[in-house]
Design a protein around this ligand. Sequence first.
Ligand code: AMP
Ligand code: MG
Length: 444
Amino acid sequence: MSHRDTITDGNAMNAHDVNQGLTRLEDAQKIVLDATPMLGVEKISILDALGRVLGEDIVVERDNPPWDNSAMDGFAVRWDDIRQEHSIQKPVTLAVIEDVPAGKLATKSVGPGQAIRIMTGAPIPKGADTVLKVEDTEHTAESVRVFKPEARGSNIRPQGEDVKKGERIIERGTKIRPGEAGMLAILAKSFIFAYQRPRVAILSTGDELADLDERFSEEKIINSNSYGIAAAVQDAGGIPLLLGIARDTPAALKEKISHGLSADIVVLSGGVSMGDYDFTKSVFRDLGADMNFWKLAIKPGQPLAFGKIQGKLAFGLPGNPVSSMVTFEQLVRPAMLKMSGLPSYGRPIVQAVFQEKFSKRRDRRHFLRGVLTREDGAFKVRTTGDQGSGMLTSMVKANCLIDVPVEVERLNPGDTVNVQLLNGDAWTTHAEVHPSGPHRMSCC
Ligand code: AMP
Ligand code: MG
């Protein structure tokens, strides 16, 4: 069995250790993403496509609209017949030779001096090149009087106006939104190929843990991580598989992790520190090769194990609830998004004006749980308050993570900070709301 423990230390050195043997998050992210494969594709119904990532290019097989059609309820006419100057006093009168109801095709063609009544969306009858709006005419069943000139080709949607045959209209790697789902329907795609959703086995470790359905006793801590992480997996488009709690023995840990290896990713929390009951490191070693153990230069979330066990990604996240969520955000979620076929793996980032005073040492990158608002046209951000890594209330209150770089020692009110949005409608939840206003947003 080959261990990369020593190589890990090498990695850590190559990875520009900040100091005290801490590894920069960017370097850990690169190692994780380089080791992450993309999953295969599967055939799914268009009705299950929302939020899925397209695993094929969608190429248009026929023009849409498939024929020139009317943009209005009105009369299909020959422009030559109505081109002359005419007015209220001197209207042109045309013979109505057919009335085509919705869903039917005209059987006749429009000759000189003739018109065919058609509905919006109906194919333009042969001979006609212009549509008159019904409201610009006076008509009976037999004739139509035209008072207003129209340009040639008016009120006609040309064939292929929306999409043209041969066009690559939706690219592989696109996340399906309602617009894409509608387009797939226009193209008559009842099934598409989508990337498989990553299956993530979740394991909590610790003798102190009790699960939700166990009788609660004083000395136990409730296993919240499994459920918070399961939700984070779903939020990233994955399928959580809960392995329950492993007791703090190498055998228990090994058995549970082995079960988890049928998934694409194994995420365990707890047991990655250097305590007497922290066996993750040794069990990961026993189970396979290519492990990296890091002390990450981030807060919250210092100790972290990552590697491949039998070809599957395995993460040992810190046990404290906020630390496990923040490290999941920064490392597991990007890996899941890459697996899912997406081209970018980060949360949306906005710049916001910090509202408080904050200081730290120049040793770690901090992810403060924050509340982002939009006031007077600018993003503003404050912390959720107490930032203890055991205080899950900070994640409940937060709509963003404030990213404070390693080198920054001090933030003052008015300083600009980068903020990772934890949900898409982050700035509509508080204070003054300008949902359609301009804002700066980029994706990492
Ligand atoms: P550990 O990294 O195993 O030393 O865990 C650090 C702390 O995280 C423990 O003292 C627990 O309070 C907490 N913790 C560990 N696992 C969980 C879990 N599954 N759910 C909630 N808290 C946990
Ligand atoms: Mg523990």
